[in-house]
Design a protein around this ligand. Structure first.
Ligand code: SF4
Ligand code: MG
Length: 315
């Protein structure tokens, strides 16, 4: 194994065959071991598609995903299984992703038994540990999902993923369906898990305010492309891309008085017929002639920071 945890890169072009939507286009992104990468953008920008491709649960029409330095398409046997187990997805709606006719014991215990991480005789102890770690009362393991609150159900979804001892979680809007106070509790759980287990995490959200507190770096996505990647503080202190600025404008922050970016105007265009040149040009307050014709390159704007905007190459 070259790296110690997941390295995921280059998912080029997921073309959903029937609709011919290029949901993810020319994405070049690496996730480093132990880091939390926030992936943000408006709904429909392709972030869920990218997340599902990273977990290997959505096929790609092109491009490559590397796990610990190896193209996942070339993984076989044990290595393929290791990737499937080590990169786990956590969904937005825990209720929809939990089988209503299964007891929690089975929901959480099925996969670790299947993968030989525990035995039938030791399952109870195994479940106790996983449930406690995820903030669930182990004495509830014979209950059904509907007997839990929304926040508890999301903990069950997290426990199900954690039960196979993954290295990397891909969390897709994992707190979006929850009340704000419950959101904070679940975010704290992710931070605890990450600290205790050195988990790598890709945290997908439409809300920059949600990813701010748990991310080391943030990737901003617009219509299938990553338009800016930066360490979280740099992104909030000095956003580069006009789209990032517009998103930041929507995050209420006491310490950003005086900084006022133009709010985001208009709807996200249809990915069926994306705008020419820079996809963001019809909504961009800094649009120039070149933006309508030429697609901006992804360039390094500072060490560890990249952006995809003609303004980056104009100076
Ligand atoms: Fe705006 Fe042009 Fe930059 Fe696109 S390339 S974000 S339209 S300035
Ligand atoms: Mg989504």
């Amino acid at each position: 194994k070259l790296d110690f945890a997941g390295r995921i890169a280059r998912a080029l072009g997921s073309r959903l065959r029937e609709e011919h939507v290029q949901a993810v286009d020319a994405v070049n992104l690496a996730v480093m071991p132990g880091e939390v990468l926030g992936l943000v953008g408006e709904s429909g920008c392709g972030k869920s598609t990218l997340g599902r491709m990273l977990c290997g649960i959505l096929p790609r029409s092109g491009g490559n995903i590397y796990y610990k330095g190896t193209d996942v398409d070339l993984l076989k046997g044990r290595d393929a299984k290791e990737y499937a187990v080590n990169v786990q997805m956590i969904f937005q709606d825990p209720f929809a992703s939990l089988n209503p006719r299964m007891r929690v014991r089975k929901i959480i215990g099925e996969a670790p038994l299947f993968h030989g991480l525990t035995t039938a005789g030791e399952l109870d102890d195994y479940l106790n540990e996983v449930m406690l770690r995820c903030g669930l009362d182990p004495s509830y393991k014979n209950r059904y999902p509907h007997q839990f609150s929304g926040g508890q159900r999301q903990r069950i979804g997290i426990a199900r993923a954690m039960a196979v001892q993954p290295e990397c979680l891909v969390c897709d809007e994992s707190v979006a369906a929850l009340d704000v106070s419950i959101q904070a509790q679940i975010l704290n759980l992710f931070m605890d898990l990450r600290r205790e287990l050195n988990l790598t995490c890709v945290f997908i959200s439409h809300d920059l305010g949600v990813v701010e507190h748990i991310s080391d770096r943030i990737a901003v996505m617009y219509l299938g492309r990553i338009v800016e990647v930066a360490p979280v503080d740099a992104l909030f202190d000095a956003p580069f891309h006009p789209y990032t600025k517009a998103l930041l404008n929507e995050v209420p922050r006491l310490d950003r008085r005086g900084v006022d970016f133009t709010p985001l105007a208009g709807e996200i265009p249809s990915p069926l017929d994306p705008p020419s040149g820079c996809h963001f040009h019809p909504r961009c307050p800094q649009v120039m002639d070149i933006c309508r014709q030429e697609r901006p390159e992804d360039v390094e704007i500072a060490p560890g920071r990249r952006a995809c905007c003609h303004l980056a190459t104009m100076k």
